[in-house]
Design a protein. Structure first.
Length: 372
């Protein structure tokens, strides 16, 4: 059976997620603001769950309808075929959000959607009380511009929870955003890649997973693995298939940070990700970076002056790192920052920029592509 799915993602990376989906041979891929839709069967759900690097989660779409009043919301949910997915003993909690809509109270929407779901299932199953002691199917709703979308959360924990980063330093970069930055750089394992502000090592680790073509979510589980209407053999087959897709090679990936504690955390996270033998982590000052290369990419997320440092300290850091960078040869640079004065402080306008969001922080990915 084929289902409709939605994969929410960071604003600015929808094209990357759509490109990933097409490579995975998912069907009817459509990129929208902050999400990408696709269709597929049980196998495609399992494949997408294991392989998507940039999406935040995968949602199975049950249906959508206009909802400008609470009555329309109730009747819209009541009309959906929830019994095709939710068994009579399943737990089905509700959570969601509302944007630019007349129905703006999330708590009221949650209550009404839950009541409508219970009403629908009571009518279909002929029971009035639901023990909710079986499998869990998290109902998620999204109300945007007065249109309500009802989903079931196939991921459980967000897809950025790869399972390799129990330890991190302050203000870490999410795994999904780090993977997006690496994919934007077009790094696929050739040449040298270094993060001179590596923090907890997320960028080098995601680069190593991409270079190896390793399924980033292979070591974790998903909510949909427990759903009774999804064939468990689909998950088994895709998990067995994934390692066969990996590449073998010698990769020059490194990360450095001025904080020795960060380096120890990075090494520990790389071990948990199974890529410790692919990355060299070392203590170092990014403002003194002078490594020679024939073909290199610097990809990094230095402090913004938002949480970790005062803005003037960030400006001084950018200026010092800019002097170090412009003394290098053959290094391209992809740098993420929310600082509005970054280019002035760094010493030169970027050749390209791309808007990305780090959580709720609006950032730019500054690209210096001349290699000098």
């Amino acid at each position: 059976m084929s289902y409709s799915f939605c994969a929410p993602c960071h604003f600015g990376v929808e094209g990357l997620v759509a490109e990933e989906m097409r490579r995975l041979e998912l069907e009817n891929v459509r990129a929208e603001n902050g999400r990408v839709r696709f269709e597929g069967d049980d196998r495609k759900l399992a494949r997408a769950s294991l392989w998507l690097r940039c999406a935040e989660r995968i949602l199975l779409e049950v249906g959508s309808f206009e909802a400008r009043t609470f009555d329309e919301l109730f009747e819209g949910v009541r009309a959906l075929p929830l019994e095709n997915f939710i068994p009579k003993n399943a737990a089905f909690p509700v959570k969601g959000h509302s944007l630019n809509s007349k129905l703006f109270s999330v708590s009221d929407c949650q209550s009404i959607i839950k009541k409508a779901a219970v009403t629908r299932l009571s009518e279909k199953y002929g029971i009035q009380w639901f023990p909710e002691d079986g499998e869990k199917l998290q109902i998620r709703f999204s109300i945007m511009d007065d249109v309500c979308y009802i989903y079931l959360d196939a991921s459980g924990e967000g897809l950025h929870k790869r399972g390799y980063r129990p330890a991190h330093v302050a203000a870490p970069l999410s795994e999904t955003l780090a993977a997006s930055m690496v994919l934007v750089s077009r790094y696929r394992g050739k040449g040298e890649l270094c993060d001179p502000f590596c923090g907890s090592g997320t960028l080098p680790i995601e680069a190593a997973l991409i270079a190896k073509n390793r399924a980033p979510n292979l070591k974790r589980s998903f909510a949909a693995e427990e759903w009774s209407f999804i064939d468990p053999s689909a998950w088994k087959e895709e998990r067995l298939r994934a390692p066969e897709m990996e590449y073998k090679g010698d990769y020059r990936i490194s990360g450095q940070d001025i904080d020795p504690k960060a380096i120890e955390i990075s090494k520990s996270n790389a071990r948990l990700a199974g890529v410790e033998n692919l990355i060299n982590f070392e203590t170092g000052d990014a403002t003194a970076f002078n490594r020679k290369t024939d073909n290199g990419i610097l990809i990094t997320n230095p402090p913004y002056g938002e949480r970790l440092m005062e803005k003037n300290q960030a400006q001084e850091l950018y200026s010092a790192f800019g002097k170090a960078y412009f003394a290098l040869e053959n290094w391209k640079l992809y740098l993420l920052s929310s600082h509005t004065e970054f280019e002035r402080c760094f010493g030169r306008p970027a050749e390209k920029k791309r808007k990305l969001y780090n959580g709720m922080i609006k950032c730019d990915l500054y690209m210096y592509l001349s290699g000098k």
